[in-house]
Each structure stands twice: as structure tokens, then as C-alpha cells.
Design a binder for this molecule. Structure first.
Ligand code: PLP
Length: 387
């Protein structure tokens, strides 16, 4: 009989993927479904990026590249003060950067601090690598933010990493420079703790965003910055992300990657290079479009009796509290509510449970205005049916 490894006994396909697939199945069966469940911009990849990939493929850049990535792309990523090529690793999406880091550093029992709500894959990747995810709950009443006190209290001699994500998926929370500094002051006292700063939503912001490296330069030798082209350049399918960190860590992660994928796709790396070195004129209007959608969605949700929706400062998600709707409908959980919503009015949103915080739901606004309007109207309609 088939038997799973113990290491992945509890690892499942993400709830985000599960819901999106269910919505897709319903569509195939003829249902009119609005899926607001995935974190994928509806805009196309900028044309110059696609052209660069085409040219690279025609020019024969279709072979294995160096394991850590092409020199050109690594240098383009390193083009910020104080970073060298040896401190950069190109991977198959930011997701693989995280997996490489965990596989390269965790021994059984090692702890990784994950503030919740978190992007679902953080805890699963830690588990798969044999570590232990230690979740620190950061409720809406604390603006979904990790406080220095909560961080201090969670650190043990076994703590290897803290996962920070700003702007955040699923809340859109952006840590201010002062807040990052306050966390850095705690971390400075605990040299066993390294920091992953996942900044994949860096360019999708409605307030200024500061990189953790700039906020805490003294921690540079134990900081791994994670970033990529998926979100800001609408390149989710190209699968290009990178890590910036100390040489020894990057070397260990490169060793892992070399045995798993040999490295990122050559043509995609050429596209990533064009993205990073291009004029990026698409970013401003796209951010403006996301901001307008955000404003409409937040206002619309807060007008629904039973929903409380904070205003996100970055990324393209809202993470409202739906506890009153759950109570009113007598649902067993936020997941039961979301399943009901999908069946009842054909709107797919992701339960807070998937992000480690019950009583919420994540709604993505990386969708066209028409879909958002319709989704919002249906959620209001469904809420009304709960009496
Ligand atoms: N980090 C966060 C917080 C994300 O939301 C995502 C994608 O949803 C990723 C990383 C992964 O991005 P990539 O497509 O580069 O693997």
C-alpha cells in the first residue's frame, strides 16, 4: 500500500489551490463562478519581457544555466548597495528560495517563528524540511502585526528563523521602519535567530515600504531577503524568484537547488533580467488600479452588516473579520462559511484558517473591476440571506 513519509504526513495541497480548483470544476459544470481566491495579477506580463524571452530562446539560451542563476540576472539582483553576486541565488519562484533555505538549515526539532496570519506555504515548507513551525498569533486587534514582546517571548534556544512578510499576504499589512527597528532590536539580542524577510509584494504598495535589510543593516549577516518577479511584473507562471543573503547560506541553498532542479529555467531568467532592468513604466498605473480596487472593496465590505475589513497598505488582498456572519449562519468554522458561500452564490474566497487565523477570509483584488463588483454584490446578497 501507498505510505506517505512521516515528514509530510500532515502536508496538504493548499486550501487556496483546493478552493480555486473547486471553483474551476463548478465553472466547467456550467455554474457562473466568481473566484477571488488566488494571488495572481490579472494584468499581462509586460511585452518587452516576453520579447526578451523569445529572443533568448531563439539565440539558443535554452541550456542549463549555472545552478545559482545566470551571472547577468544575479548581478541585476545584486544591483543594490553592498550586495555581491555570491550573495544572490536565483530559484524557481520565491517559493523555492524558501524551500531551499529551510532544507539547507533545519535539523529535526529546529524551530521557525511564523507570525499568523501567514502565507500558507511557510508552515508547510518548514514541516517538509523537518523543522517545527512555531506560530505566533497576531490578531486584528494588534493590526495583524508581530510585536517585539511577542517575538521575544517566542524565542527559544532552538529557534533558527523568524519569517517576516511585509507587505503581507494575506493581510496587506506593511511594517513601518520603526516597527522593523523594534523587531531588529530584539533579534540583535538573539544571535541564534536568522531572519527571512519575504518582500515579494515590495512594489505593490499604497504606503512607503522599507526593506528589512535597510531597516536593520547590522543583521545583514543573518538576513535572507526573498523576492521575485511574480507579483509586480505579473510573471507568476515564469517561476523566477531570488534570495539575497550571506555567502555561506547562499552556497548551502545552491547545493540543495543543484540536487533538486539544477536551477531556474534559462528562458525565464532572460525574462526576469528584462523585467529587472526594464523601465517598469507598468508599475505605477497598475498600483493605481489596485489601489482603486482596494478602496472600492474595503468600502463595499464594511457596508455589509457582519463584516469588518481593515484597509491594507500593500499587496492585493483584504483579510476581513467574518466572525459575525459565521455566528449568524451557525457555521462550524470560517471554512464552512466559505464552502457555503461558494455553493450558495458562486463566490470563491479563502478561509482564514488556511492562514492560521480563524474567523477571517482572504479576498484577493487582483481581479478585473467587473468581477470584483459582481463578487462584492454576491457576498452582500449572501450575507443578507443569513438573516
Ligand atoms: N511569498 C508570498 C508571501 C507569496 O504570497 C507568494 C505567492 O503567492 C510567494 C512568496 C511565492 O511567489 P513565487 O511565485 O515567486 O514562488
Amino acid at each position: 500500500d501507498f505510505r506517505r513519509a512521516e515528514r509530510i504526513a500532515t502536508v496538504e495541497i493548499s486550501e487556496i489551490v483546493r478552493l480555486s480548483e473547486r471553483a474551476a470544476d463548478m465553472r466547467v459544470a456550467g455554474r457562473d463562478v466568481i473566484a477571488l481566491s488566488t494571488g495572481e495579477p490579472d494584468f499581462p506580463t509586460p511585452a518587452p519581457v516576453v520579447e526578451a524571452a523569445h529572443a533568448a530562446a531563439l539565440a539558443g539560451k535554452t541550456r542549463y544555466t549555472a545552478t545559482a542563476g545566470t551571472a547577468e540576472l544575479r548581478d541585476a539582483v545584486a544591483a543594490r548597495p553592498g550586495v555581491t553576486r555570491a550573495e544572490v541565488l536565483i530559484s524557481t519562484g520565491a517559493k523555492q528560495v524558501l524551500a531551499n533555505a529551510m532544507l539547507a538549515t533545519l535539523d529535526p526539532g529546529d524551530e521557525v517563528l511564523v507570525p499568523a496570519p501567514y502565507w500558507s506555504s511557510y508552515t508547510e515548507i518548514v514541516t517538509m524540511a523537518g523543522g517545527r513551525a512555531v506560530v505566533i498569533t497576531c490578531p486584528m486587534s494588534a493590526d495583524f502585526k508581530l510585536s517585539p514582546e511577542a517575538l521575544e517571548a517566542a524565542i527559544t534556544p532552538k529557534t533558527r528563523w523568524l519569517m517576516l512578510n511585509s507587505p503581507s499576504n494575506p493581510t496587506g499589512v506593511v511594517y513601518t521602519a520603526d516597527e522593523l527597528r523594534a523587531l531588529a532590536d530584539v533579534l540583535a539580542r538573539h544571535p541564534n535567530v536568522w531572519i527571512i524577510a519575504d518582500e515579494i509584494y515590495e512594489h505593490l504598495n499604497y504606503v512607503p515600504v522599507m526593506s528589512f535589510r535597510d531597516a536593520a543593516p547590522e543583521l545583514e549577516q543573518r538576513t535572507l531577503i526573498v523576492n521575485g518577479v511574480s507579483k509586480a511584473w505579473s510573471m507568476t507562471g515564469w517561476r523566477i524568484g531570488w534570495g539575497i543573503g550571506p555567502k555561506a547560506l547562499i552556497a548551502a541553498m545552491t547545493a540543495v537547488q543543484g540536487q533538486v532542479t539544477s536551477g531556474a529555467c534559462s528562458v525565464s531568467q532572460a525574462a526576469g533580467l528584462a523585467a529587472l532592468t526594464g523601465d517598469n513604466e507598468h508599475l505605477k498605473p497598475r498600483c493605481a488600479a489596485f489601489r482603486a480596487r482596494r478602496d472600492k472593496l474595503v468600502a463595499g465590505l464594511n457596508a455589509i452588516d457582519g463584516i469588518q475589513c481593515p484597509n491594507p497598505d500593500g499587496a492585493f488582498y483584504v483579510f476581513p473579520s467574518i466572525t459575525r456572519l459565521i455566528e449568524r449562519g451557525g457555521f462550524a468554522s470560517d471554512a464552512a462559511f466559505c464552502t457555503w458561500l461558494l455553493d450558495e452564490v458562486g463566490v470563491a474566497i479563502v478561509p482564514g484558517r488556511a492562514f492560521g487565523l480563524e474567523g477571517h477570509a482572504r479576498i484577493s483584488f487582483a481581479y478585473a473591476d467587473g468581477e470584483l463588483d459582481e463578487g462584492l454584490a454576491r457576498i452582500a446578497d449572501a450575507a443578507g440571506r443569513l438573516g
